[in-house]
Design a protein around this ligand. Structure first.
Ligand code: IPM
Ligand code: MG
Length: 363
């Protein structure tokens, strides 16, 4: 089969980590007899530099005409990069938000899994780690604070900034269904996270989640306040299976979940709509401080490519093969700098390209 993959390399470490994921895809293609055709798409700071805006209409069209899009990361240093002197809607992140919205990618899946081999990179105590944990953060991606009306105006002699947080029943229902569907394929537990003791949008969230839960009698579900969830992720991450939450809470909690699994360099993600199309990207950012040094961890992007094979192309065996190859490399003791063990036990530190090569070898 031939698959058309849009490729957004982006900024910072983006190009380096995407190169490794493409290398892995090509190896899969050769082994299983598929052809992946790539279309390069500009987005983020590199698009600002080349076209004057973070995402052009042509770029959106190119993404739309692909079967799926693989992305690295976008953005730069928010204190020093000239991109952040531009108005908010012209900055790199605006491109990503526009792409998510234009393609209606409302469901963001972020699996946080502790590899046996990475227990030593996990900052939590051994008695908390226990036999490890495996959770899926299901983040709503096209609503809430990220897409509400914004303004900064002068009132009574001072500046006042406003961001509005809106959710409709329909937006909540469709993500809740996705969350429960995924739970059915996992350990059948959903923790819906909100701030219902303060926010109206959270109270509606709870009501709709309860309605949706009725259609999934096999799934055990609970509500948890977001501040408590942030604490529970460190106190007892083993209690979680699917964490279902709104846009900004999901952004924050997924970074936290990634760190308890050892490193954000391991956390893949899939952003899906109602079709087979998806945008696949590591959950981490462009890490401008280490860009171009050849030390970034490409595993999150490689695992995102595996998610692409599974969710957009229905290539389960191929996705499993990538995940297995990643495990084998870790088992063989190879680590990028971000996942070095805290106890100094003997492993071999490798760079971005070497990590990609090692994974390809094991395919
Ligand atoms: C993420 C990122 C983005 C987000 C930024 C770059 C806009 O942090 O994908 O988690 O907040 O959604
Ligand atoms: Mg984030």
């Amino acid at each position: 089969m031939t698959f058309n993959v849009g490729v957004i390399r982006g900024d910072g470490i983006g190009p380096e980590i995407v190169t490794e994921a493409v290398k892995v895809l090509d190896a899969i293609g050769a082994k299983y007899g598929h052809e992946f055709k790539y279309t390069e798409i500009l987005m983020g700071g590199c698009s600002i530099d080349a076209c004057g805006e973070p995402l052009t209409d042509d770029a959106i069209k190119a993404a739309l005409s692909s079967d799926a899009v693989l992305m690295g990361s976008i953005g730069g240093n928010t204190s020093t990069s000239p991109w952040y002197k531009l108005p908010a809607d012209k900055r790199p992140e605006a491109g990503l938000l526009k792409l998510r919205k234009s393609l209606n990618l409302f469901a963001n899946l972020r699996p946080a899994y502790l590899y046996e081999e990475l227990k030593e990179a996990c900052p939590l105590r051994d008695d908390i780690i226990g036999d490890g944990f495996d959770m899926m953060i299901m983040r709503e991606l096209t609503g809430g604070l990220y897409f509400g009306e914004r303004s900064t105006v002068e009132e009574d002699g001072q500046l006042v900034a406003r961001d509005s947080l809106t959710y409709s029943e329909g937006e909540i229902r469709r993500i809740a269904k996705r969350g429960f569907d995924i739970a059915m394929k996992r350990r059948k537990k959903v923790t819906s996270v909100d701030k219902a003791n303060v926010l109206d949008s959270s109270r509606l969230w709870r009501k709709i989640v309860e309605e949706v839960a009725k259609d999934y009698p096999e799934v055990e579900y609970e509500h948890m306040l977001v501040d408590n969830c942030a604490m529970q992720l460190v106190k007892n991450p083993r209690q979680f299976d699917v964490i279902l939450t709104e846009n900004m809470f999901g952004d924050i909690l997924s970074d936290e979940a990634s760190m308890v699994t050892g490193s954000i360099g391991m956390l893949s993600s899939a952003s899906l709509n109602d079709t087979k199309f998806g945008l696949y990207e590591p959950s981490g950012g462009s890490a401008p401080d280490i860009a171009g040094k050849g030390i970034a961890n490409p595993i999150a992007t490689i695992l995102s490519a595996a998610m692409m094979l599974r969710y957009s192309f229905d290539l389960d065996a191929e996705a499993n093969a990538i995940e297995k190859a990643v495990k084998l490399v870790l088992k063989d003791g190879y680590r990028t700098i971000d996942i070095m063990p805290r106890d100094g036990s003997t492993v071999k530190q490798v760079g971005t390209v070497e990590m990609g090569d090692l994974i390809v070898e094991r395919l």
